[in-house]
Ligand binder design. Structure first.
Ligand code: AP5
Length: 218
């Protein structure tokens, strides 16, 4: 990227299990920008047993959303760091209209590409029922994986992937997060991507669509 190229700021939207984390990681790696996952930040705080982690754990385990003020504070602090100045990929934020409005405020005139990964509910439920994640580094793994593809660590089931909690997460998504799709839909850099094909095909579709709307600056 040249000194004058606009920053590549991208948000991955989609319901639980749509593949936001999977695609955010691939996109970040390819474009050399940080992947900022609010779910990962919260899970790290839970593991470290910080005050915020202890408070967030109950809410996350129940499949509900952590408060807007806390999340806006976390993201605002993270985006102010030097490594996010040339761009970033956000995974899991924004999740409410209030968070989306706050992100607009943080970005000012900077462009924002919004990728909405579209997957039907029955596929989401099936994916989350079989998802495993690395107990060491938190990387999401495909069901057939024997160990973490990133660090080789043992795979575990995420607490909030139990059947009842997944249904609650989907309900919360429909009620509180789906409205932000409409908040962004009419913007020139909004992209709806079919998330039902293989991770490689979804990645290629995102890459092509982003290149088309950014005129290649990405
Ligand atoms: P978070 O970690 O963000 O969870 P989520 O949104 O429910 O999303 P997931 O991580 O479950 O799914 P994903 O879309 O990333 O899919 P993935 O790539 O893993 O948040 C957890 C909790 O933290 C929230 O419930 C809330 O409590 C709190 N929180 C976080 N951010 C917040 C915020 N901003 N405000 C308030 N609270 C917040 O893929 C899923 C599975 O499918 C994997 O096994 C993967 O390998 C597989 N897969 C991926 N792509 C494909 C494909 N194309 N084909 C087949 N399988 C695929």
């Amino acid at each position: 990227m040249t000194a004058h190229a606009p920053a590549l700021n991208l948000v991955m939207l989609g319901p639980p299990g749509a593949g936001k984390g999977t695609q955010a990681e691939r996109f970040a790696l390819k474009h050399g920008v940080p992947k900022i996952s609010t779910g990962d930040i919260l899970r790290e705080a839970v593991t470290a047993e910080t005050g915020m982690g202890i408070a967030a754990k109950q809410v996350m385990d129940a499949g509900r959303l952590v408060g807007d003020d806390i999340m806006i504070g976390i993201v605002s602090e993270r985006l102010a760091r030097e490594d996010a100045k040339a761009g970033f990929v956000l995974d899991g934020f924004p999740r409410t209209v209030r968070q989306a409005e706050a992100l607009d405020g943080m970005l000012g005139q900077q462009p924002l590409v919004v990728v909405d990964i579209v997957v039907p509910e029955e596929t989401l439920v099936r994916r989350l029922a079989s998802r495993r994640m690395c107990g060491t580094c938190g990387h999401s793994a495909l069901p057939e994986a024997k160990g973490c593809p990133k660090c080789g660590g043992a795979l575990v089931v995420r607490l909030d992937d139990s059947a009842g909690i997944v249904l609650e997460r989907l309900r919360v998504y429909t009620e509180q997060t789906a409205p932000i799709v409409e908040f962004y839909r009419d913007r020139p850099h909004f992209l709806a991507i079919d998330g039902t094909t293989s991770p490689e095909q979804v990645q290629a579709a995102i890459c092509d669509a982003v290149t088309a709307v950014t005129g290649g600056f990405a």
